[in-house]
Design a binder for this molecule. Structure first.
Ligand SMILES: CC(=O)SCCNC(=O)CCNC(=O)[C@H](O)C(C)(C)COP(=O)(O)OP(=O)(O)OC[C@H]1O[C@@H](n2cnc3c(N)ncnc32)[C@H](O)[C@@H]1OP(=O)(O)O
Ligand SMILES: CC(=O)C(=O)O
Length: 538
């Protein structure tokens, strides 16, 4: 059976830009447009030329090689001709292939927001689309509030869509602008639009996620006939976001119910780049990836439950709905107090440690991990600390150095210029091969001072840790009150690009940090000696 083509439209740079806290520069937009273009998205909406200097500069030239480059703007205003509407002129001057016009399709909005008559709004839609078509560009109309409008006045909502269609718009996009419509309603309303004479292959869906249904609504619209889906990378967008293309793309490609009937421009090779794309975008936004994001999250193919791990290791299909490789993700079997022997054997194998199911040392390791987790440690997020603990329990970790003592001091005082300053200083006494060194360092805070002092003079190992850097530091108070236990997680990295997490737990935050810092250095030294241990670092 010939599969029907679904066109993917990305509005990360336009609706995504409307996300609270997201503010792209021209350089960001250029980078994101290139990522989307390389990935194979059909349409890349770049923003609103004329609305602000960034978007105007971004549209000074075409920013995609293969994808259609889309400029967004509103239909002309009442009382001016299309030729004299400054907003429309800005769109027509932009270096775009396609112009997407937003048009009101809810009569209530026409009255309240536009303050014109229903007939004037229909004229504005038609005249604006005609102007785009005459300019030689592809015209597209986002029918704003289409579903709410249809529920209030179906004839008028349909008339708006038809005005766009009759004037020559290639796509009429039905928008759930307020994001409150449910999948069943989308199915019914889109079916009615198709029955009213606008073919599905001229219709698109733009769904917001205010009830967590944006992906489901997009799929319901496809089911009813639409052939263009609008969405964003990682689901960013106004309020609760837009339909997440990173979820929709693999669903369309990997779920038989869709894959047997539809195809997109994203082939199986490109699909394997999906996790990278999603994470690269988060990197650009300077935020941590959502571990639980479908398909691409770090937890999407992770299990810490012993019963699951045991079956998963016999055959991954027992607990995976698709393979992690298909979207470029990884399977992760973690160790924790929820794990059984299978979790541990797998985790150890990854680090080059082979241990039999009946080996008593394995039971010992499991009971140490479970006991420690009961006191606050969390090894599932601290792979490197687990690697060290496993090696200590099952084999051997060299005694590289020994910290005899440390002291950390925080002092608030006036400096020589009379300025009030808080100073942190650490002193560390280290024994290496029987020789003692004493290091003193000042830092931005007590943990930074301790870290600097610890790494200041490690004698013969100093050159080995020169490229070690702390990338992240997380503190979690595990129970309140004066008896609070603190868990510290530290992420480290080095020149090879490897990253590893270590953990420390104590009722003293400095002591917890010290444990995590020590594990970080020991892991780095182990990693320098043994490639297998590096499997703990990603
Ligand atoms: C559902 C969506 O996400 S639509 C996209 C929303 N995104 C944005 O608005 C981001 C970019 N927008 C902007 O920078 C500004 O709103 C601009 C530059 C476009 C316009 O700025 P201003 O001219 O100062 O108008 P302002 O933002 O205050 O109000 C919007 C105006 O557009 C009118 N308008 C809104 N939608 C439409 C439409 N589809 N067709 C014609 N006019 C419209 C409103 O009636 C209002 O007119 P008024 O000023 O006469 O009351
Ligand atoms: C066009 C658009 O962003 C919306 O209706 O939500």
């Amino acid at each position: 059976m010939k599969r029907e083509r679904i066109f993917l439209f990305d509005t990360t740079l336009r609706d995504g830009q409307q996300t609270p806290g997201v503010d792209f520069s021209v350089e960001d937009k250029i980078a994101i447009a290139a990522m989307l273009d390389d990935f194979g998205i059909d349409y890349v909406e770049g923003g609103y030329p004329g609305a602000n200097p960034t978007d105007t500069a971004f549209f000074a030239k075409r920013r995609t090689r293969n994808a259609r480059f889309v400029a967004f703007g509103m239909t002309k205003r009442t009382g001016v001709s299309a030729a004299n509407d400054p907003g429309l002129a800005g769109l027509l001057q932009s270096a775009s292939d396609t112009i997407c016009l937003v048009a009101k399709s809810w009569d209530y909005h026409v009255a309240v927001a536009l303050g014109c008559t229903n007939a004037e709004n229909l004229d504005n839609i038609a005249a604006s689309v005609e102007a785009v078509v005459i300019s030689g560009r592809e015209a597209m109309v986002d029918c704003e509030h289409f579903f709410d409008g249809y529920k209030a006045n179906p004839d008028y909502a349909l008339a708006c869509a038809r005005a766009a269609y009759d004037a020559g718009a290639r796509w009429i996009v039905l928008c759930d602008t307020n994001g409150g419509t449910q999948p069943q309603e989308i199915l019914t309303i889109v079916t009615a639009v198709v029955a009213a004479g606008i073919p599905g292959d001229r219709l698109g869906i733009h769904a917001h996620n205010d009830t967590g249904q944006a992906v489901a609504n997009s799929l319901a619209a496809v089911e009813a006939g639409v052939r263009q889906i609008q969405g964003t990378l990682n689901g960013i967008g106004e309020r609760c976001g837009n339909a997440n293309l990173v979820t929709l793309i693999p669903t369309l490609a990997l779920k038989e119910v869709y894959a047997s009937r539809f195809e997109t421009a994203i082939d199986t090779d490109r699909l394997q780049e999906l996790t990278k794309l999603s994470h690269a975008f988060d990197e650009l936004l300077n935020r941590s990836p959502d571990h639980q994001m479908p398909y691409v999250g770090a937890s999407a193919f992770a299990t810490k439950a012993g019963i699951h791990a045991s079956a998963l290791l016999k055959d991954p299909r027992t607990y995976e709905h698709v393979t992690p490789e298909s979207v470029g993700n990884l399977r992760k079997v973690m160790v924790s107090d929820q794990g059984g022997k299978a979790n541990f054997i797998n985790a150890l194998k990854r680090r080059g440690i082979v241990v039999g199911k009946d080996d008593p040392r394995l039971d010992r390791l499991i009971s140490i991990v479970k006991e420690r987790e009961a006191t606050g440690y969390a090894y599932e997020g601290a792979d490197a600390s687990f690697a060290i603990l496993a090696r200590r329990t099952l084999g051997h970790v060299p005694d590289f150095f020994h910290v005899e003592s440390f002291r950390v001091m925080v002092e608030r005082r006036f400096d020589a210029n009379g300025q009030l300053k808080t100073v942190s200083e650490a002193v560390v006494r280290v024994l290496i091969d029987g020789e003692e060194t004493l290091s003193v360092a000042e830092g931005h805070g007590p943990v930074n001072a301790l870290d600097l002092a610890l790494r200041k003079d490690l004698g013969k190992y100093q050159h080995e840790i020169a490229d070690l850097e702390l990338a992240d530091y997380k503190v979690r108070i595990l129970n309140g009150g004066t008896e609070a236990i603190t868990r510290v997680l530290i992420e480290s990295t080095d020149a090879t690009g490897a990253r590893w997490w270590t953990v420390g737990v104590s009722d003293n935050i400095i002591d917890a940090s010290f444990q995590a810092l020590m594990d970080s250095i020991v892991f780095k030294l182990l990693k320098n000696r043994d490639g297998a241990v590096a499997a703990a670092a990603e």
